[in-house]
Design a binder for this molecule. Structure first.
Ligand code: SF4
Length: 394
């Protein structure tokens, strides 16, 4: 989840298990429908965040992980998150479900659009006085700052390669899809692998593969093979839908539409703006990481960022996938759309779906919207679609 403390946990040899990632994976593996139904059976309303319901349902069904295997119960519920208060209710529920102690790192929201030194110090103080002592008690090990520094150095190395990969999309054609494909690029970084040798190796390998694609002038690889001609360059806001991920992506790549940049790939860190975990300032750097995640930014910052992406990545427009049950981030998205259109002169497209509730993915409606949106872009630039060419059936 955004603002996790992976390196700190690994420095105590503790294994982080991230409920948002479990829910997302359960959605991709078509298990979330049953879990959500199970949670609703126990009184969780239709409007509750579906990550929460998926997680609670998963627990009620025997604590089955995304692969269907049973997960061991957690020893500690460490709530370290940024920007969404639903997490607090979520962890209160988990405390009841598991009967295990919970601990909360409070990360102040960037309401004024910036993280201050006082905010950082407040987070560091909590790390020193509450989180680290709790992890020492749990693991039976003393805080080892040298070990934490080694982990943070590896994070910084991997972050450098990740940024290089994401920024490769500035080239034409883009060698990557920075939204749908970006999910795979940020996965290890945003979850439990930051700080590991495996993460360093993954990003080194990824960078060298993307470098080869750049050299050869190749576009992105999709689940159905290499994408054809790049015809539309889009910036995306909001997470993708997970239960129909492949179908959703196909609606774009089949038309030559590539995600050149996305805000979703920044929810677990705004590395593209220069942040790196810093082994020389371990706790301060962890605090700055939490404060800087995209989810902790206000609407003005989010708009500025999207406008910058459209300019820097030479995009044709903005697509927002607004998530029905994610009240925290859906609120204000129409305002974002209008403001970005006004400032860039580029058209915006608005889609509504959900994260892991398949009942809210209406393929025909979404496909219609995507098609109309791409046609609109094409008409504005007087392209082939505008002169009557029909879009392929997705
Ligand atoms: S409401 Fe949105 S940000 Fe909050 S936990 Fe759910 S999906 Fe995550």
């Amino acid at each position: 989840m955004p603002g996790n403390l992976t390196e700190l946990l690994l420095s105590f040899d503790l294994v982080p298990v991230l409920p948002e990632i479990n829910a997302l994976q359960s959605g991709m593996r078509q298990r979330s429908r049953d879990y959500i139904r199970e949670a609703e059976k126990h009184g969780h309303s239709e409007d509750v965040c579906t990550y929460v319901k998926c997680d609670i349902g998963m627990r009620r069904k025997g604590n089955l992980g995304p692969t269907g295997e049973q997960l061991p119960d957690p020893d500690l519920l460490l709530l370290s998150y940024t920007g969404c208060f639903t997490f607090m209710k979520w962890f209160e529920l988990l405390r009841e479900e598991y009967g295990k102690p919970s601990l909360m790192l409070h990360v102040p929201y960037q309401a004024d659009g910036r993280a201050t030194v006082e905010m950082r110090d407040y987070v560091v103080q909590q790390l020193r006085e509450e989180v680290i002592p709790a992890l020492e008690r749990l693991s039976g090990k003393a805080y080892d700052e040298e070990r934490l520094k080694q982990l943070l150095a590896r994070s910084a190395q991997a972050e450098e390669d990740l940024v290089w990969v994401l920024e490769s999309a500035k080239r034409r054609p883009s060698p990557i899809d920075g939204y749908f494909g970006g999910v795979y690029y940020v996965g290890p970084m945003f979850s439990a692998f930051r700080g590991t040798e495996d993460a360093v190796a993954y990003y080194r390998e990824l960078r060298s593969e993307v470098a080869q694609r750049l050299e050869r002038g190749l576009g992105p690889v999709t689940p159905e093979g290499p994408m054809g001609e790049e015809r539309f360059r889009l910036v995306f806001e909001g997470p993708p839908n997970w239960t129909s991920f492949r179908q959703f992506w196909r609606m774009f790549h089949a038309e030559g539409a590539v995600g050149v940049a996305s805000t979703y790939t920044k929810v677990g860190g705004t590395y593209d703006e220069g942040f790196r975990h810093d082994p020389n300032r371990p706790l301060e750097s962890l605090a700055e990481y939490c404060l800087g995640c995209y989810t902790n930014h206000n609407l003005r910052n989010r708009i500025d960022k999207i406008v910058r992406y459209i300019e820097d990545y030479d995009a044709d427009g903005l697509v927002i996938n607004s998530v029905k049950s994610c009240n925290s981030f859906s609120a204000g998205q129409l305002l974002i759309l209008r403001e970005v259109e006004r400032r860039t002169g580029k058209p915006g497209g608005f889609i509504e779906s959900d994260l892991v509730d398949p009942r809210y993915f209406s393929a025909a409606n979404i496909k219609n919207r995507v098609e109309s949106y791409l046609q609109m872009i094409d008409q504005r630039r007087g392209g082939a679609l505008g002169r009557g060419r029909r879009l392929a059936t997705v």
